[in-house]
Write a protein that binds this ligand. Structure first.
Ligand SMILES: Nc1ncnc2c1ncn2[C@@H]1O[C@H](COP(=O)(O)OP(=O)(O)OP(=O)(O)O)[C@@H](O)[C@H]1O
Length: 248
């Protein structure tokens, strides 16, 4: 490799004994995890399991309390995202007064790796009116603008915190289809959190299941579900078992 790094260091994410403690307690504990390349990863777990915290550590918005993490071989610094990483937060922060075109111009100004043609293609494909201000768009349309902004950077890792929440079934389907197509054709690893397990079936090929700040299960769905169990069944089974073990 041109960087001279060992190949495994250039994996999208390697976490080693990673932990994050807030004043109220541990949000993430002893997390050792590898996210391989070119997977669409479902990050699932009950409310408060630590999903957003893990995303914060990957994007460098949060600093670890224990352990370490590398993203494509580099330690997230907290001084901005790794150039190969795009992050779409739950609130999908966009400038409401910008038009769609101005939003893409903003993307071009703020990202060295920006691909204007690709971003325009995504906006066109979503049928978004270029002159409309973001504040006047529907939730689904705003998600598509946010996705174009995230993908226009040409990331190698796309981190999406509940991107489908608040979308109607048609918009969800359309966003997921775009994600799958772009991830597969552009070689992007996607890390996607969601509470709706059913909509991740057939989309995600890798699962990371968190429970109370710990990794319960992680790996390729094909490997984890030897008997052909679906991703949803697999996740539910392990979550139920964890709850039963705690109650015992
Ligand atoms: N800034 C913070 N300060 C204090 N505690 C926090 C903070 N952020 C998260 N926590 C706590 O850390 C734990 C994990 O929260 P996190 O938001 O990572 O979980 P989550 O799996 O994303 O939850 P949800 O599915 O509800 O979005 C929770 O107990 C939460 O209350």
């Amino acid at each position: 490799m041109s960087s001279g790094r060992q190949p495994d260091q250039a994996l999208p994410v390697i976490a080693n004994g990673l932990g994050k403690k807030y004043r109220r307690g541990w949000a993430l504990r002893e997390t050792s995890l590898v996210i391989p390349r070119n997977r669409i990863v479902a990050l699932v777990g009950p409310n408060g399991a630590g999903k957003s915290t893990l995303m914060g550590l990957i994007t460098g918005l949060l600093r670890p309390t224990t352990g370490g993490i590398t993203v494509f071989g580099a330690h997230p610094t907290g001084k901005g995202l790794h150039p190969a990483v795009s992050y779409l937060a739950q609130q999908k922060p966009l400038y409401q007064q910008f038009t769609v075109t101005e939003t893409l111009k903003f993307g071009a100004r703020t990202n060295q790796t920006w691909d204007q043609g690709y971003a325009e293609y995504l906006v066109g494909q979503a049928g978004l009116p270029a002159k409309a201000t973001v504040g006047t768009l529907s939730g689904g349309q705003r998600t598509r603008v946010a996705l174009a902004l995230a993908l226009g950077k040409r990331p190698k890792l796309l981190v999406l915190d509940e991107p489908l929440a608040d979308l109607d079934p048609l918009a969800r389907e359309s966003v997921l289809r775009t994600l799958i197509t772009e991830a597969r054709t552009q070689g992007i690893t996607v890390l996607l959190s969601s509470h709706v397990l059913a909509e991740l079936e057939g989309v995600c090929d890798h699962l990371v299941l968190l429970h109370k700040g710990r990794v319960l299960l992680a790996g390729d769905v094909d490997h984890l579900s030897a008997g052909g169990t679906s991703l949803g069944e697999l996740a539910l089974h392990h979550m139920r078992r964890a709850v039963q073990e705690e109650a015992a």
